[in-house]
Design a protein around this ligand. Structure first.
Ligand SMILES: [Mg+2]
Length: 368
């Protein structure tokens, strides 16, 4: 595959309502849509860091400059044969994982199209549909949070995840259990706690939650292992698992029992598949998390979630759950708590050029 042309377009789409977690709040979804052109095919990807430092040190501005100054000029005009090949090239450029993910996944879309194969089949997935889970952010008023859960649960989402932070945790879980009973439920702290809060997790351990997602910061692997010794609820790692080395260290220490893989955080499909293979070897189950991304990233999430070891419901939700609009046709839809995998070659959804233009902040094109 020779890359004839590459285009990056920074888009900004308003959220349905501001999304708040323990580290910040965002009202608009930034994403950089990547197009790679090769031999008449167009492969799409999405570099989807959140604005500010909402989730990680990666930001849309950092990805934009890495893509335009470093990554896209380096790949245009070059030949790439296989995933190892383009990952080697991208890893040598030392761009952030969110930046890399947009380009790396666009390569997979191209490769799947050229083999006339749906993306999820190219990745090794075997499911026809995946289970979708509902996630809700932090709300000032618990009644508003319960109303949001109620509004979306009618789509049949298979589990609910609530965000927590110190001082707003046990009351949140209590309120959800009181309102909705014994539904599959878990909490995501986005690393907001330290071991001094261990008693909060001892109390939450009594609520029959599916998992505690990232209770302590990403680097606290030893402390997370100590916490896992104290509670029955499985610990799930998200922010901790950026690299193969971090994953192996977390396994060695016993820091978790469930892995959340985000395509953006790990820098694309190839690394996600490598990390999943390591988890399978150790009997550790996984699921696919999201930022959330716009429709391109969400469609990629569904494709990854179709692999056998992704046994828990994904964070991928319906397009209109998060965004006032989306850039793909058709929108991602959740019916009876599941999302169907598309059967078309490649990503399987169309990217809407009119929408890209409508939400464009900046665009740059690179050709030979
Ligand atoms: Mg998380």
């Amino acid at each position: 595959m020779k890359i004839d042309k590459a285009v990056a377009t920074h888009v900004r789409v308003p959220f349905v309502e501001p999304f708040r977690i323990s580290s910040g709040c965002v009202a608009e979804k930034d994403a950089i849509v990547l197009e790679l052109h090769s031999d008449g095919f167009t492969g799409y990807g999405e570099s989807s860091a959140m604005a500010g430092r909402f989730y990680s040190a990666d930001t849309p501005e950092k990805s934009w400059s890495e893509l335009c100054e470093l990554v896209l000029p380096a790949i245009v005009g070059r030949e790439f044969e296989c995933p190892q090949n383009w990952n080697l090239a991208l890893d040598g450029l030392r761009a952030g994982n969110f930046t890399k993910a947009g380009v790396e996944t666009a390569f997979w879309d191209l490769a799947a199209q050229s083999r006339n194969q749906p993306l999820h089949i190219a990745l090794g997935g075997r499911k026809d549909q995946v289970q979708a889970g509902l996630a809700v952010g932090l709300y000032d008023d618990l009644t508003d949070m319960l109303r949001a859960i109620e509004r979306y649960l009618v789509d049949g989402y298979r589990r609910v995840k609530v965000k927590i932070e110190p001082g707003r945790d046990i009351d949140i879980v209590n309120a959800v259990r009181s309102a909705f009973g014994d539904i599959p439920l878990f909490v995501d702290a986005n690393g907001a706690y330290t071991p001094e809060y261990v008693d909060v997790f001892r109390v939450l351990d009594e609520f029959g939650l599916l998992m505690f997602e990232q209770p302590y910061p990403g680097s606290f692997l030893e402390e997370l292992a100590e916490l896992q010794q104290l509670v029955r609820t499985p610990i799930c790692l998200d922010e901790s698992l950026e690299t193969l080395e971090q994953l192996q260290e977390a396994i060695r220490l016993g820091s978790f029992r469930i892995a959340n893989f985000k395509i953006q955080r790990v820098g694309g499909f190839y690394r996600a598949l490598e990390m999943d293979a390591i988890c399978r070897k150790h009997g550790l189950k996984a699921w696919v998390g999201t930022m959330p991304e716009l429709g391109i990233g969400q469609a990629q999430g569904i494709a990854l979630a179709s692999l056998d070891n992704f046994v828990y419901a994904t964070d991928v939700e319906a397009s209109d759950r998060w965004f006032q609009d989306d850039i793909v046709n058709p929108f991602i839809q959740v019916r009876n708590g599941t999302i169907d995998l598309p059967s078309k070659p490649g990503l399987g959804v169309s990217v809407d050029r009119t929408k890209i233009q409508k939400y464009e902040i900046a665009s740059r094109s690179f050709s030979e």
